[in-house]
Design a protein around this ligand. Structure first.
Ligand code: NPG
Length: 380
């Protein structure tokens, strides 16, 4: 496709309830949406991508103002230079590679271009991946897990978890940090019984010396402990994997296929959380899935509190065969009273049906999107 213009939209989306993690509390999201408009031989092209960077650089080094800045000053000019020859989503990673880092910004641009190309071809992302239907030819459905923030009291936590069980979620993930961990997990395991899959996510809140403490979690028969240590501490995670029986899963540490392969070889990554935004886009996410499948490392699809734009594509991705654990792909209403797409993600009997609308699987609710837009920058 040739690129005619790019719109960078910022939207303000309140969350239905505050979401607390070990790195902070989110109550409102300031989200950067990328729209690419271009032309193909057979007509015009229009595609949308969501940048998962948060308002502050607290989950990773990226943040939404920085993402927009690097897009305007460094990424989009490189694409414009390449544009006369035409851009294919498969080339975006190579074109943007001279810019170090910024995977969330790069991933959003790649997703928008992929969306435009697939829409033009009348093909869905699920068709591209081969995940639109299951082995019986029925529409694919994926199990839906929910991520539960840190709560001040165990009673409040239990009330929240019970609500999600009532909504049908098939797996519970608890955010933890020192001081809100063993007792909270014990109480939730007691509430949900032995059969509901349970896991925890520390978002780097622990130190290498916490092995003995974290080993207390082994008694709760959990699927995994996610990212206990700092993102760069691969060796620390490998040591922890020896000290703790519950499998160690990496999230923040994994930013590329090469790095994931190394972390697996070092024994630091027994399970991988794949988040397309964190690794620079859906195409790199697929590469990570493929290498984990080949090495028999289970994977699951993480979430970054996405709107329906990211949530739809994540659902198509999560139906690939290596995703053997339920992902953080909950209903749009888990976070947003109203989504910016016309076909929000819903959970029925604990499952999400893989979207098959052409493109990445959603259609934009233009009127609502306009109503939540706080700024639009057009680059042509
Ligand atoms: O379901 O989209 C979702 C959220 C899943 O807990 C979730 N994400 O670290 O994995 C995480 C966490 C998170 C990321 C929370 C970014 C807030 C911001």
């Amino acid at each position: 496709m040739s690129l005619e213009r790019v719109e960078l939209r910022r939207i303000a989306m309140p969350l239905v309830s505050p979401f607390r993690t070990s790195f902070g509390v989110e109550s409102d999201r300031d989200i950067l949406i990328v729209r690419v408009v271009g032309a193909a031989d057979d007509g015009s092209l229009d595609g949308w991508g969501e940048c998962v960077a948060l308002a502050e650089p607290t989950y990773s080094a990226e943040y939404v103002d920085g993402a927009q800045h690097v897009m305007e000053g460094h990424l989009l000019p490189r694409l414009a230079e390449a544009a006369p020859a035409g851009i294919d989503a498969a080339d975006v990673g190579r074109i943007l590679a001279p810019v170090h880092g910024h995977p969330m910004a790069k991933g959003a641009i790649e997703a928008a271009i992929l969306d435009a190309q697939l829409r033009a071809a009348g093909v869905s992302f699920a068709d591209l991946l081969g995940t639109a239907t299951d082995a019986d030819g029925e529409p694919s459905r994926i199990p839906s897990g929910v991520s539960v923030g840190i709560h001040d009291s165990v009673d409040e936590l239990l009330a929240t978890v019970q609500g999600y069980l009532d909504d049908g979620y098939v797996r519970i993930k608890l955010k933890i940090e020192p001081g809100s961990d063993i007792e909270h997990v014990a109480a939730v395991r007691d509430l949900i019984g032995p059969d509901v899959p349970l896991q925890v996510d520390a978002n780097t809140a622990y130190r290498r010396t916490d092995g003995e403490h974290l080993a207390q979690l082994d008694q709760f028969d959990m699927l995994l402990i996610e990212q206990p240590l700092a993102e760069e501490d691969i060796i620390g995670h490998a040591r922890l994997a020896d000290e703790v029986e519950t499998p160690i899963c990496l999230d923040e540490s994994l930013v590329s296929a090469e790095g994931t392969a190394d972390a697996i070889d070092l024994g630091a990554c027994e399970i991988a959380n794949i988040k397309p935004g964190r690794v620079g886009g859906y195409l790199e996410a697929i590469r990570i899935h493929d290498l984990c499948l080949a090495r028999e490392v289970p994977v699951w699809c993480g979430g970054m509190v996405e709107t329906g734009i990211g949530r739809a594509a994540n659902a198509a991705l999560a139906a690939l065969p290596g995703f053997t654990l339920p992902g953080d792909i909950s209903a749009s209403t888990r976070f947003y009273a109203r989504d910016i797409v016309t076909d929000p993600i819903t959970v029925v009997d604990g499952h999400v049906t893989v979207p098959t609308a052409s493109g990445m699987g959603f259609d934009i609710d233009r009127e609502f999107l306009d109503s939540v837009t706080t700024s639009t920058t057009t680059i042509s």
